[in-house]
Design a protein around this ligand. Structure first.
Ligand SMILES: *Cc1c(COP(=O)(O)O)cnc(C)c1O
Length: 384
């Protein structure tokens, strides 16, 4: 079967595929159709945080598949309620709406922020400030929220009510706030924008300004959540509690699931029929996500934080590396030509990603030391 030929003929051409088809995965390894093995430093864009074919997740998913695959949100669901309880206990937020992707979780966050403000202040307080260089998704509204002009060139008209301010600049935020502002939305580590962690003092200042004016802080942890940065959520390292938090990518370790978490102020904002999803909180995805969360424990997170420090040092020592950015196992490497580095890695059996002009590593959280070192030695061959 010629996968490449069929893909060209039948798949809409919105993706620029690498010249490889992975057919199997085990732990931190991927295997392509010719049987070649690769170390996976990409995790399917930060999704398979606990590696491929994770035994506990497979067991939970298969168990749920044998019971029931779908019921719809017309009925109570045990896996959904258990997962919501876990997410609230971990985060300190109060309620959860389940979606199927990051963009959908963000759509829910935007609707909730606007409804909170509508309920309390009436019609005209509905604007959301986001950051330049952010990424919030591909729907028309989340594209609108995304603070990059390249995403606003086609598909007009976009959803109104978004404005953009430079990251790490409090005075630009202060001058953008008006009496129509209802929320600020941001990634604590900008992922697609180039793996850039925001300054802690900036976030502290932003949170203070927002709290004083009852402006909601929405944190998009679609990529940074679920252990990626070395704490379960990245906000824990910034010392505040978001009003709304979204997450998706690593939540289901490969199953499509997103979540919008609502804090104290917003716990009663969604009322009957104000939002919904047919697939959201699907029992199979929730069972997989539960088995994922249960494995991202303090011991694993501690290891990610310790190893991360070593990885940053190692990468920074390579001659062709101009800088290393990010947090935990979410790492950006500044190089001359990221595309050619990515191709050289692939050739040598290492899967990496790019973000803007950087190489991006999203390393499996539970990678074995030996595999981590093997991956780093391939990067050394190419970058030192
Ligand atoms: C990937 C990503 C999204 C979009 O998620 P999808 O599941 O592709 O819709 C939104 N926000 C951030 C920060 C992301 O990294």
């Amino acid at each position: 079967m010629d996968i490449k030929k069929l893909d060209k003929q039948y798949i809409a051409s919105s993706y620029n595929r690498q010249d490889v088809a992975f057919v199997k995965g085990k732990g931190s390894y991927l295997i392509d159709e010719n049987g070649k093995k690769y170390i996976d430093f990409g995790c399917g864009i930060g999704v398979n945080g606990l590696g491929h074919s994770n035994k506990k997740i497979l067991k939970a998913v298969k168990g749920q598949l044998n019971k029931i695959t779908h019921t719809s949100n017309l009925y109570y669901s045990e896996p959904q309620t258990k997962l919501a309880e876990k997410l609230c206990k971990i985060s300190g937020l109060k309620k959860v709406f389940f979606a199927n992707s990051g963009a959908e979780a963000n759509e829910c966050a935007i609707k909730c922020a606007r409804k909170y403000s509508f309920d309390k202040y009436g019609e005209n307080r509905n604007e959301i400030i986001t950051l330049v260089n952010s990424f919030h998704g591909r729907t028309i509204t989340t594209l609108s929220a995304t603070g990059q002009d390249v995403f606003h060139t086609i598909f007009m008209p976009f959803t109104q009510g978004f404005s953009y301010v430079e990251a790490n600049n409090l005075s630009s935020l202060e001058s953008a706030i008006t009496n129509k502002t209802c929320a600020v939305m941001l990634e604590l580590v900008q992922g697609e924008g180039g793996v850039i962690a925001l300054d802690k003092e900036y976030i502290a200042g932003l949170v203070k300004i927002c709290q004083e004016k009852d402006i909601l802080v929405i944190v998009d942890e679609v990529q940074t959540g679920n252990g990626r940065t070395g704490t379960y959520f990245a906000f824990e390292q910034y010392g505040f509690l978001p009003d709304i938090l979204t997450t998706a990518k690593g939540l289901g370790n490969g199953l499509p699931i997103g979540a919008c978490l609502l804090g104290e102020k917003l716990k009663d904002t969604l009322t009957y029929s104000s939002h919904g999803s047919t697939f959201g909180g699907n029992p199979v995805c929730c069972a997989g996500a539960l088995a994922t969360i249960e494995q991202i424990d303090d011991k694993l997170l501690e290891k990610v934080r310790q190893n991360s420090e070593k990885i940053f040092k190692t990468l920074s020592s390579f001659k062709k590396v101009k800088g290393v950015t990010g947090l935990g196992y979410m790492i950006g490497i500044e190089v001359e030509d990221a595309k050619s580095v990515l191709n050289a890695c692939l050739e040598k059996g290492l899967v990496v990603l790019t973000a803007k002009t950087k190489i991006r590593l999203l390393i499996p959280l539970n990678i074995l030391d030996a595999d981590l070192n093997k991956g780093l030695s391939i990067l050394k061959e190419i970058l030192d």
